[in-house]
Design a protein around this ligand. Structure first.
Ligand SMILES: Cc1ncc(COP(=O)(O)O)c(C=O)c1O
Length: 358
């Protein structure tokens, strides 16, 4: 199992003697308000469904996703989390040469390596606040004759996000397949930033989404992808196992995508709290803070008083876990990432940081 992720709460609770639930996990980027109560209540009342196989075609689930992201059911593939779709897409198209934006989520590189793909890194720069110019990126893709570009949008961990129009410029000016991981897209204005409307128009686009982060359901492993190119879509489906979405994930998906009250409430509070954290963290003389469109914020301990790893250790006795970002290529030992939790928890984090950086 890969270790370059957010906190392993199972491990930490054993090591520090706290129960898993006692930790304030600022490292895993999961919506702190839990999942849709409509979906939860449905599962509790209908738990006997576990004795039945799921619909092999997942018709109701696909219908629900289709109205949620205004896309055609015919373009959809379903996966056990975004993770399964990342790996099955890469092993289906078997790219020879891929451009990877760095720093970014580590699983792309792992999957490309498994498929013996040559990887060319395009580093976004701290001096430029980790923003990426699409025109420079296009030149880089074309100069390297790459057949795949992977974009995490918003990008974990930097928070940089391409607009839909910038993604369209990339699609129009390269021959590469473009894979866009929209795991954190709900935390943006989707009309501006989501590429799902481009799927019907471009054959070389695969958009992946998951439910782990925004819908707070990493335990059910539900993801979906949208791809217009029939030949690739069929091959991905052939490579996926029958019934790869379990019946709880399928039933929850049918309901939570339609729970408008829950969706609007979460977006509203999380975006306000992101502003609070951005503003409060920026007030520390010791930190450089990077603007983010995700539900997480990348910071650098610019004063170099302590490393991110030291900071993480100092916060654990206070039951706070942050992400030390040293393992991200392109970042160093002074970078850390925190995600947005509930208002009282965010305030507590800031108070604890004030005690450390007096
Ligand atoms: C950018 C990104 N994509 C995908 C995943 C994995 O998502 P899932 O739980 O849907 O497999 C993560 C998890 O941290 C992530 O940060």
């Amino acid at each position: 199992m890969s270790v370059n992720h957010g906190a392993n709460l199972y491990d930490l609770s054993g090591k520090y003697g706290f129960s898993k639930d006692e930790f304030l996990d600022f490292s895993s980027n999961i919506n702190p308000f839990g999942t849709s109560s409509l979906a939860k209540e449905y599962i509790i009342k209908n738990i006997d469904m576990v004795s039945v196989y799921p619909d092999v075609e997942y018709k109701d689930l696909k219908k629900s996703i289709s109205s949620y992201c205004k896309c055609y059911e015919k373009n959809m593939v379903l996966g056990s989390g975004a993770t399964e779709l990342i790996s099955s897409f890469i092993s289906t198209i078997k790219p020879k040469k891929a451009v990877l934006l760095s720093p970014a989520y580590s699983e792309y590189e792992k999957e490309l390596k498994k498929n013996n793909c040559e990887i060319i890194k395009y580093f976004s720069k701290e001096d430029n606040h980790f923003r990426i110019d699409p025109v420079e990126l296009i030149d880089f893709i074309n100069e390297n004759k790459s057949d795949l570009i992977i974009i995490c949008n918003p990008n974990n961990p930097t928070g940089f996000t391409f607009s839909k129009y910038e993604i369209e410029v990339i699609l129009n000016n390269t021959n590469a397949f473009v894979m866009v991981d929209e795991t954190y897209i709900e935390f943006t204005n989707t009309d501006i930033y989501s590429s799902t409307p481009l799927v019907d128009k471009y054959d070389n686009l695969f958009v992946i989404r998951g439910t782990s982060k925004f819908f707070s359901t990493p335990g059910i492993r539900l993801g979906y992808g949208l791809i217009g190119k029939e030949e690739v879509r069929n091959k991905i489906n052939e490579n996926l196992d029958l019934w790869n979405i379990n019946i709880i994930a399928s039933a929850m998906g049918e309901i939570m995508f339609t729970d408008k009250e829950y969706i609007c409430r979460c977006i509203d509070i999380i975006l306000k709290e992101r502003d609070y954290l951005l503003e409060s963290l920026s007030k520390f003389n010791d930190f450089q803070v990077f603007e983010s469109k995700g539900n997480f914020i990348l910071c650098k301990i610019n004063s170099k008083k302590i490393t991110a790893s030291n900071l993480r250790e100092l916060l654990i006795p206070k039951k706070i876990i942050i992400r030390d970002c040293k393992s991200f290529e392109g970042l160093d030992e002074y970078y850390f990432r925190v995600c947005v939790l509930k208002p009282e928890n965010n305030k507590y984090l800031i108070d604890c940081l004030k005690e450390i950086f007096v």
